[in-house]
Design a protein around this ligand. Structure first.
Ligand code: SF4
Ligand code: SF4
Length: 357
């Protein structure tokens, strides 16, 4: 059976207040209030945007959604986990400060930002899923403990999973450090001969796995956790990994961790995808004014995480008149791997009925 995906056209040019209002219209059209109960601890899963990033979904865009949750008398909190890579979201303290600078705070939205995986990204619960790659997955402790989730995702391209939207938000964004490491474990990059020895990868590698000799950088495969930070920071395209097979395993891992993130919350989770400022890379990049791959599309929402991502992907490709791997110039990546696996393991369905409001 097809899942309903609610859609409203929107553009960044309309401003945060209008986008917020349109988000509430979707919330009402989908009758999503039924997913939240009085006194629920409700995780509002956001991405506050890495320091320097300017294209993330701004706090003002979700103000109306937060007000709806407050009106329903839940106890909503803004939340996101620590990253593996070095940056301003690497631990709860730095993340909290960045969140406040970007407007994700009591001052602007009336609710606090709380790291669900503790100060160091290690507070977790092993969630049994008995799936194909994992019997259990490691999810941030407070994501598991809270009663309901409102997930806010920015649809973008991604250098390893092709699409970053709801599945990525749930799978990677709700996992503890251990959960993230397991998802990345398949990706072990190596350094090509065109390395300039600039040292950026060595500086940013969170595990000290990179050393420079007189000729180029080298990666210690035993120390490497596959976080792909070196791929992201190398400006010379000198770090390579096999996008084909390794991306497929990563995407399947993301889908299984997404399953763990919402386990036990059937009918208690709502997923918003913002297909505006659809950039070639995700909000983890501290790059200002990243290239948009298509013009703004709008906002999608559903109680089915697979359906809402399927709809977003199809709309991005229709708008750009190309497959997503071509739009982000990473030919060979296939975002449908994560969707197909998520459907197979029972997270949702790729069949959807689009309800435009
Ligand atoms: S070498 Fe491995 S651990 Fe270090 S940044 Fe690259 S992928 Fe991450
Ligand atoms: S960032 Fe790229 S060019 Fe610089 S040392 Fe690392 S692999 Fe070489």
């Amino acid at each position: 059976m097809a899942s309903k995906v609610y859609f409203i056209k929107a553009s960044v040019k309309e401003g945060e207040a209008v986008i917020s209002k349109k988000s509430v219209e979707l919330f009402k059209a989908g009758k999503f209030a039924k997913c939240f109960e009085k006194n629920d601890f409700t995780a509002v899963k956001v991405h506050v945007g890495e320091g320097g990033n300017t294209t993330y979904i701004k706090a003002g865009c979700i103000k109306g959604l937060v007000e709806e949750l407050i009106r329903l008398k839940t106890k909503p909190f803004l939340t996101d986990t620590s990253t593996l890579y070095t940056g301003r979201r690497h631990n709860a303290i730095d993340h909290y400060v960045l969140a406040a600078e970007h407007g994700f705070s009591v001052d602007t939205l009336g609710i606090p930002f709380i790291a669900p995986d503790g100060l160091f990204g290690t507070a977790e619960t092993a969630v049994e899923i008995n799936s194909e790659l994992n019997k259990e997955v490691f999810i941030a402790y407070d994501i598991v403990r809270c009663q309901s989730i409102l997930s806010v995702s920015h649809c973008t391209g991604h250098l390893a999973t092709c699409l970053a939207a709801t599945l990525k938000t749930l799978g990677m964004g709700c996992s503890s450090r251990k959960g993230k490491m397991r998802q990345h474990a398949a990706m072990k990059p190596s350094v090509k001969d065109n390395c300039t020895r600039c040292g950026q990868c060595e500086k940013y590698c969170p595990e000290g796995a990179i050393t420079l000799d007189d000729i180029k950088a080298h990666i210690d495969q035993d120390k490497c956790i596959g976080c792909a930070e070196c791929v992201a920071v190398c400006r010379f395209d000198a770090v390579k990994y096999d996008f084909g097979t390794e991306s497929e395993i990563l995407q399947r891992q993301v889908a299984e961790h997404a399953l763990g993130a919402v386990a036990g919350k059937e009918g208690r989770a709502v997923f918003f995808n913002y297909a505006i400022s659809v950039t070639e890379d995700c909000d983890c990049f501290g790059t200002p004014d990243m290239r948009n791959i298509v013009k703004d599309i709008g906002i999608l929402a559903s109680t089915d995480a697979v359906a809402v991502d399927s709809a977003a992907l199809n709309m991005i490709e229709q708008t750009g008149d190309k497959k997503l791997d071509e739009l982000i110039e990473k030919k060979g990546l296939d975002a449908r791997r994560q969707l197909g696996h998520a459907e197979r393991i029972g997270l949702g369905t790729r069949k959807y009925e689009l309800v435009e409001i």
